[in-house]
Design a protein around this ligand. Structure first.
Ligand SMILES: Cc1ncc(COP(=O)(O)O)c(C=O)c1O
Length: 389
C-alpha cells in the first residue's frame, strides 16, 4: 500500500483507510468537496434505512441528534453549545448576519477582494439598501492580506466580513488582529471559516466574531447541504431569524400544543438555524464526520498537511510556480500560480492523469487530506511539469 500522510497519537492502522478513495486516484480537491469517510457513508446508509420505518421516529428524535451536532461544532471552535445553529449553506448564515447587523447611510462594509460570492451578495444588497459602501480589500505591494484589511477599517466601518483562509490560494487572515481592529472601531466581525475549519485549529475566544459560518462538506468532511453557524451571545435575545421554523419556538417538543403560538424561541442561537433542522439523513453523517475530526484533531491534521504542502511548494518552485509566503499561508491547502498563466483546459488535463486539483482564479489550488498518499506528490509534480509549464 502507498505510504500516506501519517496520523499521530494513537492512530488507526491507516488514516487513508478511513477514506473511500480508490488507489490510483490522486484527489487533491478537499477545498471543493471532501473525500468521503467510510464511516460517513455507513451513517448515511443507516439513516436511509432507519427512515424507512417512520413509526420508530419519536419526538426526541426531532431534536436530539441536531443538538448533538450543533454542540460538536461548538466544541470545535471552543464556543458555548448554545451559540451554535445548523444552516443549509454559507449564504444562509451570511444572510442571517446581514439581517441582524445594523448599518447606516455613509457607513461601510469591509470585504476581501474576489471573496467567495456567498460572503458578498448579502452585503451588496444590505449596502445598496442603506446607502452604504462596500470596501473591497486587495493588498498592495508587500502588505499582507491582514494588513490590508486592518488598514481599510475606520470609524465608519459597520461590518468586517472576511474569510479565515482565502478560497483561491490558502492565504490566511490573522483573525485576532482583525477582530481587535473591528472592536476598536465598533464594527461587527463576520467570518466565513469554510476553507479552514476542521483542518486548522480555531478558537472564537481569540477573535470574538459576531457571526461565524462554515460549510460542512469541505474540511469538516461531512455531507453537502448542512453547514454551521456561530452567533455571539449578544445577538441572541433580539435576533431576527430568516425563517420562522416551528422547531425553534419555545415548547416545540410538545407536539400536542404546536398551535399554542408563542412569541418565544428556544434559548441561544437556535432561532437562527434552518427550518427542518432535524435533517434525519444528513445529521447522522455529519456527526460521524465531526467525531472523526475530533479524534484526529484539527491541530494534528493541520500539522500533517503542512508538511505535505511545504514539500510541494519547495518542489514546484524550481518549475516556476509560486505560492503565498510561508508565514502568510495556511498549511492544509495552497494555490500555485505561474507568471506564464494557466491553460484554459488545465483542470481537465490534470483529471485525464487521475490527478484532481481545483483551478481557481490564476491558481492551481492543491488541497490534500489524510487520505493523500505520499506518491501523489510525484504524480502531481510530474503533471505540473508536463502540462502546466
Ligand atoms: C470560502 C467559501 N465559502 C462558501 C462556500 C460555499 O457557499 P454556499 O454554502 O453558500 O454554497 C465555498 C465553496 O466553495 C467557499 O469556498
Amino acid at each position: 500500500m502507498a505510504r500516506e500522510i501519517a496520523a499521530a497519537g494513537t492512530p488507526p492502522p491507516s488514516a487513508r483507510d478511513a477514506f473511500d478513495v480508490p488507489d490510483g486516484v490522486v484527489y487533491l480537491n478537499c477545498a471543493s468537496l471532501a473525500p468521503r469517510l467510510k464511516r460517513v457513508t455507513a451513517a448515511g446508509h443507516a439513516a436511509v434505512d432507519r427512515m424507512a420505518a417512520p413509526w420508530n421516529i419519536h419526538t426526541p428524535d426531532w431534536f436530539r441528534d441536531a443538538r448533538a451536532l450543533a454542540s460538536a461544532f461548538a466544541r470545535l471552535i471552543a464556543a458555548p453549545a448554545q451559540c451554535a445553529a445548523l444552516v443549509p449553506s454559507v449564504s444562509y448564515g451570511i444572510a442571517a448576519a446581514a439581517r441582524n447587523l445594523p448599518l447606516r447611510a455613509g457607513e461601510n462594509i469591509v470585504v476581501i477582494d474576489q471573496e467567495y460570492p456567498s460572503n458578498y451578495y448579502s452585503w451588496r444588497r444590505l449596502a445598496d439598501a442603506n446607502g452604504a459602501e462596500i470596501r473591497s480589500v486587495r493588498p498592495a505591494g508587500n502588505a499582507s492580506l491582514t494588513d490590508a484589511i486592518v488598514t481599510a477599517i475606520d470609524r465608519r466601518t459597520a461590518v468586517v466580513a472576511v474569510a479565515h483562509c482565502r478560497w483561491t490560494d490558502g492565504c490566511l487572515v490573522d483573525l485576532p488582529r482583525v477582530g481587535e481592529a473591528a472592536r476598536r472601531h465598533g464594527a461587527a466581525l463576520v467570518v466565513d471559516a469554510s476553507q479552514s475549519l476542521g483542518a486548522c485549529p480555531l478558537n472564537v475566544g481569540d477573535f470574538q466574531p459576531d457571526f461565524l459560518v462554515s460549510v460542512g462538506y469541505k474540511w469538516l468532511l461531512g455531507p453537502y447541504g448542512l453547514g454551521y453557524l456561530y452567533v455571539a451571545e449578544r445577538w441572541h435575545a433580539q435576533g431576527e431569524p430568516l425563517e420562522e421554523s416551528w422547531l425553534h419556538r419555545a415548547g416545540s417538543d410538545n407536539f400536542a400544543s404546536l398551535v399554542d403560538y408563542t412569541p418565544d424561541y428556544q434559548p441561544g442561537a437556535a432561532r437562527f438555524g434552518q427550518g427542518e433542522s432535524a435533517q434525519f439523513y444528513l445529521v447522522p453523517m455529519a456527526l460521524e464526520a465531526l467525531s472523526q475530526i475530533a479524534e484526529w484533531t484539527p491541530e494534528h491534521i493541520h500539522r500533517q498537511l503542512r508538511a505535505w504542502t511545504d514539500e510541494l511548494v519547495a518542489r514546484a518552485e524550481p518549475w516556476g510556480f509560486t505560492a503565498p509566503g510561508h508565514s502568510q499561508r495556511a498549511g492544509h491547502m495552497v494555490g500555485l500560480s505561474s507568471e506564464r498563466g494557466l491553460r484554459p483546459d488545465l483542470a481537465r488535463a490534470f483529471a485525464e492523469r487521475g490527478v484532481y486539483v481545483g483551478i481557481r482564479g490564476s491558481c492551481i489550488r492543491v488541497a490534500p487530506h489524510l487520505h493523500t498518499p505520499l506518491d501523489a506528490m510525484d504524480r502531481l509534480i510530474e503533471a505540473l511539469q508536463t502540462i502546466a509549464v
